[in-house]
Design a protein around this ligand. Structure first.
Ligand code: F6R
Length: 250
């Protein structure tokens, strides 16, 4: 595992965008796993800039998003469909047929989850998975649990996640209680992973994930077992991890 310290959020976003862009430059038909939330917002802006100014070409790339809320239609501003089109897909030359996000409006969740796994398999698996981390250590919407959930599945969101995500909604009662998320095995099968974290809250959950025991209570801790993870963190996170004794941070 490489831990790369950036100066601040903007620098973290640029470094992360370089990793994604590098993947696409080297393998134009890459399959990229994507995250939503606040953390990757600036990374997406930078990818849009690179596509406009540096010739970054998404035309052969495929994307699979980690998760989607159950019950929000694609035009709901809080759906992850809306987020992704608004923050990336509408601004780059990716083909619509190469974009995959779980369908949170499906009437058959079990089938949707199985089909999602099958689509990832048919596209040859994920080359590079982008991750954020929850304050509770979740990745995707894999919440702390007594076991690791393997494949794409329905999740009941933790109260902590509902509280954290309430900032995007008018009212906390509007935050969906359920989501569809890639599983831990789906994520761990990605050939490369880049995890982004910025701010002190994230530093604490990252510290538990990177240096604590590997446990489903801290879902991100499983990443300790992955062969090719790059963690890109801002200065605040880096100072915190250094104080925890990590002297390998680049
Ligand atoms: C989003 C996702 C989540 C977020 C995490 C951090 O698709 O899978 O795991 O990455 O909740 O969210 P932010 O970046 O908003 O703090």
């Amino acid at each position: 595992m490489r831990i790369v310290a950036a100066k601040d959020y903007n620098d973290m976003s640029r470094k992360a965008a370089n990793i994604v862009a590098g993947q696409i430059f080297l393998k134009p038909n890459s399959v990229i796993g994507l995250a939503t939330g606040s953390t990757p917002l600036m990374m997406y802006k930078e990818l849009i800039r690179m596509s406009a100014e540096d010739g970054l070409d998404f035309s052969e790339a495929t994307t699979f998003n980690l998760d989607e809320y159950i019950g929000l239609s694609t035009d709901n501003i809080n759906s992850y469909h809306y987020y992704m089109y608004n923050n990336l897909f509408n601004h780059v030359n990716i083909k619509k047929e190469n974009i995959f996000i779980p369908n949170g409006m499906t009437s058959d969740i079990e089938k949707e989850c199985m089909d999602y796994e099958e689509k990832i398999r048919q596209r040859g698996g994920i080359d590079l998975q982008v991750l954020g981390i929850g304050n509770n250590g979740h990745i995707g919407f894999n919440e702390p649990d007594v076991k690791f959930e393997a494949t794409t599945h329905q999740v009941k969101l933790d109260q902590e996640t509902i509280l954290a995500n309430a900032r995007f909604f008018d009212n906390i009662d509007d935050v969906p209680k359920y989501a569809i998320s890639m599983g831990i095995k789906t994520i761990m099968h990605a050939r490369k992973i880049v995890l982004l974290a910025s701010g002190l809250n994230k530093a604490e959950s990252l510290g538990r994930a990177l240096y604590g025991g590997i446990t489903p209570e801290v879902p991100a801790s499983i990443l300790q077992l992955h062969q090719d993870v790059t963690v890109v963190i801002d200065g605040e996170c880096a100072s915190f991890l250094k104080r925890m004794g990590d002297d390998t941070i680049e």
